[in-house]
Design a protein around this ligand. Structure first.
Ligand code: 5AD
Ligand code: FES
Length: 372
């Protein structure tokens, strides 16, 4: 038996196995890896895909990440913030459609007006859905006070990608005033406050090696990450990293294949986390997100941002569905998911099983301690 097949025959790969699986790009090995990961997905979280309605509420950003299309130095786009009423109308629509959760994402801002805006949105979305819609925030690095204010207002989940678990690679992708350590500390804070913690990385970054991707997966485990959102790096023409991958057009297939292996290996190693099939997968193939589900992901984030704002929220080039409305997006996605034999978890919260099991274990531990 080859090393690859031996690893796949184990109940769960060992830490040393991860890079081997990530590096195995021969078609037969890729196929057996993805099939093994899909089987684990079905066993651990069921043949169900959860939808999260995504609102890209503002592209104003105080940061300047070298890869990102909405970085503050990019003057080549109009900046917007969606009015509160429009977001609330979108959230009401999502609730009526049976979405379990909405995600509020934006560029990073820390000013009091922004903190208040989010607090207001969280409070009002909870009210209009009678506390049924789970709110996920994806709003970057904030102070402990701010994270606590939003948690008290009713936000339950937070996504903050570490981008890469390798501090040196992180430094090469960010200006000097950005800090890997600060971001890691934010993740710890979010977990400590009680959020369901989401993080993720970009896959196929310039100079990134499979050993670093393997460490990313170990990082998720160490830092108690229970929701994972990761996608392929795609160069954006208005950023300093525009030419960082030579002949990117030729490498799209390899980039997609690596991203799918990363999803699969993460599923095999972490087993019961939620994993999102990122929109960036769809940039590399029209059915990229479905391929993500077939590789072990169980969450899709349909974009519910009004089409008029979408072209200004281009984090990377070739972002799909720029002119489709939410209803159109829903129709095409649902049919494709159903054709894979999966159902969509409408009307369900779709909590990360890993989060629930850990909370349950903590609670049980608490009871035992009290009794003894
Ligand atoms: N390619 C792929 N993903 C990107 N992101 C930002 N820029 C790019 C890019 N060029 C991702 C980052 C960020 C998330 C919101 O979008 O990982 O955390
Ligand atoms: Fe906005 Fe990175 S450019 S957070």
């Amino acid at each position: 038996m080859s090393r690859h097949d031996e690893i796949l025959a184990k109940p769960r790969p060992d830490p040393d196995d991860l890079a081997v699986l990530l590096g195995a790009d021969a078609p037969a090995e890729q196929a057996s890896l993805l099939a093994a990961a899909y089987a684990v997905k079905v066993r651990q979280v069921g043949p169900v895909v959860y939808f999260r309605g995504l609102f890209e509420l503002s592209n104003r950003c105080t940061k300047d990440c070298l890869y990102c299309g909405i970085r503050r130095s990019n003057l080549n786009l109009e900046r917007y913030t969606i009015p509160v009423d429009e977001i609330l109308a979108g959230a009401r629509w999502a609730y009526e459609q049976g979405y379990g959760s909405v995600v509020l994402q934006s560029g990073e801002r820390n000013d009091p007006a922004f903190v208040d805006l989010i607090t207001e949105l969280v409070t009002k979305i909870r009210a209009l859905s009678r506390d049924q819609l789970v709110i996920t925030l994806s709003l970057g690095e904030q102070s402990e006070d701010t994270y606590r204010t939003w948690f008290r207002a009713g936000a339950e989940r937070y996504l903050l990608r570490i981008e890469t678990s390798d501090p040196d690679l992180y430094r090469r992708l960010h200006p000097a005033d950005h800090s890997w350590e600060r971001r890691r500390d934010c993740l710890r804070l979010l977990h400590h406050i009680g959020y369901q913690l989401g993080s993720g990385v970009m896959i196929g970054l310039p100079g990134q090696r499979v050993e670093q991707l393997a460490n990313d997966i170990l990082f998720f485990e160490q830092e108690q990450v229970v929701m994972i959102g990761m996608g392929p790096f795609i160069p954006h023409a208005d950023t300093p990293l525009r030419d960082s991958i030579r002949n990117f057009a030729w490498k799209r297939h390899a980039q997609l294949a690596l991203a799918l292996r990363m999803i699969a290996v993460t599923r095999l190693y972490l087993q019961d986390v939620n994993i999102a099939a990122a929109t960036a997968l769809q940039t590399l193939a029209p059915d990229g997100r479905e391929q993500g589900i077939a590789a072990g992901a169980n969450v899709i984030m349909p974009n519910l941002t009004e089409p008029k704002y979408r072209s200004s929220y281009r984090l990377y080039d070739g972002k799909p569905c720029l002119d489709e409305s939410a209803t159109q997006c829903r129709g095409c996605l649902e049919a494709r998911i159903a054709s894979m034999g999966e159902t969509i978890g409408f009307g369900q919260r779709g909590d990360s099983q890993r989060f629930l099991r850990r909370s349950f274990a903590d609670a049980a531990g608490g009871v035992i301690c009290q009794r003894s």
